[in-house]
Design a protein around this ligand. Sequence first.
Ligand SMILES: [Zn+2]
Length: 226
Amino acid sequence: MSLSVVNSTLSALKACQTDIGTGMDMVTDVALDLVETEGSEEDMNKLEQMILDCARLDREINCFVEAVEQVTTQARQQQPDAMFTLKSRVEERLAELQGGFADSDLQKHAKVVSYNESLRNSQKEANPSAADNMEDLDEDIQVTQSQQNFICPLTQVEMVNPVKNKKCNHRYDHDAVLAMIRNRHSQEKKFRCPVVGCGNTDVKQSDLVQDAVMKRMIQKKRGTRT
Ligand SMILES: [Zn+2]
C-alpha cells in the first residue's frame, strides 16, 4: 500500500464532510419550515435524529482522518517496517479517539448547536408572548425585527448568508467577514468588529455561527426562498 493512496482517500473523505455539512443545513431548514407550519412532534423527532446521525458520521470521519494522519506520519519516520502494521495501528488509534467521546458530545457539534439555536429562535418568533420567560430573548427579537439589521456592516448591502458573532452578537455576511478576517490575518493583524461602538477587537472565524433564522427572514422578504 502506498501512502499517496491514503492521502487521496483522506481528501475524498474530507469532501464527504462538506456534503454532510450541507445536509445538516438542509435538515435545519426543513425543521424551521416545520416549526412555522406547526408540524408534528414525530417529524421533529425524526429530524433531530437525522441531524445527530450526521453529527456522529462527521465525528467518525474526523476521528478516522486523525488516526490515519497520525499513524502515517509515524510510519514515514520509521520506514519501512512500520508500513506492515499500518492497518492495525490505525484501528487501534481510531478506537482510542472514538472512545474519548460520548453520545452526549454530539450536542456540542457546531451544526447541532446552530440547529437547536435556530429552532429556539424560530419558536420564540412564532410565539413571542410565551417566550417572555426565556433567556436572551429580547435582544434577538429586537435585532431580527428591524429590517435595518439585514444590512451587512461590511458590505452595506442586504446580507445573503448572515452569520452571528458569538462574542458580541453582531451579524455580518459570511463571505465578506471571512474575506476580511483572512486578509487581516495574512498581514498578521487582528480584525476588529466593524459595528460602530463594538469593543470586540478580535473577530475570529471560530466565533461565527450561521444565523439560519435571519437568513430565512431575508429570503422571505425578498420572495426568493429556494
Ligand atoms: Zn461586534
